[in-house]
Design a protein around this ligand. Sequence first.
Ligand code: IPE
Ligand code: IPE
Ligand code: MG
Length: 244
Amino acid sequence: MIFMASFTLQKKIGHVAFIMDGNGRWAKLRGLPRHLGHKRACERLRDVFDCCVEFNIHVASFYAFSTENWNRPQEEIDHLMDYLEDFFHREIDFLMEKGIKVRISGDLSRIREQTRLVCLEAMEKTKDNTGYIANICLNYGGRDEIVKASKRIAEEYKQGKISLDSINEESFKAYLYTAGLPDVDLMIRTSGEQRLSNYLLYENAYAEFVFTKVKWPDFDRKAFIDCLKEYQKRDRRFGGLKNE
Ligand code: IPE
Ligand code: IPE
Ligand code: MG
């Protein structure tokens, strides 16, 4: 029997966002090709979903591929797409069983057709699930998202569909890839890097950031709980005064 330490999350988290980093270094440390780090990374997702269910976190975002990741060798990009497809094929029953709805944030038009179809299929199959949301950020860039949103707003304004007065911080969100999702409460980046790398720029405005040295392929329930414990120590003020 595996002993699982119990942990109760005291502070509600509506949206956790992960920057799944360190796959390449994880592989290199073991003398393996980088892509095997990505393979292992995709295999970690099931445990993370289980934790989200256990801790009642209804929305989880995952940075799978950034708009800057096109700068990598084509072979590595192909492997990443292969593993993403494998993930959806392997885990679709699990996602259904847990009531997880798949969303994709990002510009799918540049993603190879085969992968795009697998993503669209996963979204279609899970569209009526209401329990949880897995928001996969694929060919996602925070700046790209904001620019695209601005263009759509400009277009609607030009066509007379919206007025200038109706554009505000809240209504702007409806034009983002993440429309309808709550703001990020907790942003976790693995592997020790401490930067945002163009991730959920609008949505992370008041998120708490937790950086862990654990590389994503090693990110397990214990590592997740350590991040949650760190989050619980934070005092979120949103520009107001300290909660005494
Ligand atoms: C994160 O791991 C996965 C993607 C960016 C797709 P990396 O591939 O960036 O791993 P490191 O940072 O090189 O170790
Ligand atoms: C961010 O990681 C993107 C993903 C995890 C998909 P990177 O490894 O690409 O980011 P940088 O280059 O270290 O900033
Ligand atoms: Mg990296």
